[in-house]
Ligand binder design. Structure first.
Ligand code: SF4
Ligand code: SF4
Length: 122
């Protein structure tokens, strides 16, 4: 079974994605492409598109709820790595549930992980 996130993408089109500017500066060891970010205050940048009234990260590819991937998966910011899909590791995820419900998608349940799931690698 494909990873549920690859059929979703809702969290990438629901929240503002803000993080410390150093994550987008190579000289600080950052890996997030700076061209895809915008400064929001002296300490933080945000992924472009996520400050809009209806957020949609510029790096999100595909269609939410059908097929979606992160175009910079290996270089995504720390806040993206911290969003855990509900029940993938046995715990609920309010962020995951909230984003999915906003798109009319049912929250994930433990049953979504009952079958072997391909790892999310892209
Ligand atoms: S973490 Fe949840 S909301 Fe985000 S893409 Fe995965 S299933 Fe969708
Ligand atoms: S950088 Fe990738 S994982 Fe993070 S919000 Fe954008 S599309 Fe989603």
């Amino acid at each position: 079974m494909s990873h549920p996130c690859l059929r979703c993408g809702a969290c990438c089109a629901h929240f503002r994605v803000a993080f410390h500017w150093s994550e987008a500066e190579a000289f600080m060891g950052g890996v997030v492409p700076s061209a895809l970010t915008e400064q929001i205050d002296p300490h933080r940048v945000a992924m472009r598109g996520t400050q809009a009234r209806q957020p949609h990260c510029v790096a999100l590819q595909g269609v939410v709820g059908e097929g979606a991937t992160c175009g910079i998966y290996a270089q995504r910011p720390s806040v993206c790595r911290e969003v855990i899909p509900a029940w993938e590791f046995g715990t609920p995820s309010a962020q995951c549930d909230k984003a999915r419900v906003a798109y009319g998608l049912a929250p994930l349940t433990p049953a979504d992980w009952a079958e072997p799931v391909q790892p999310h690698s892209a």
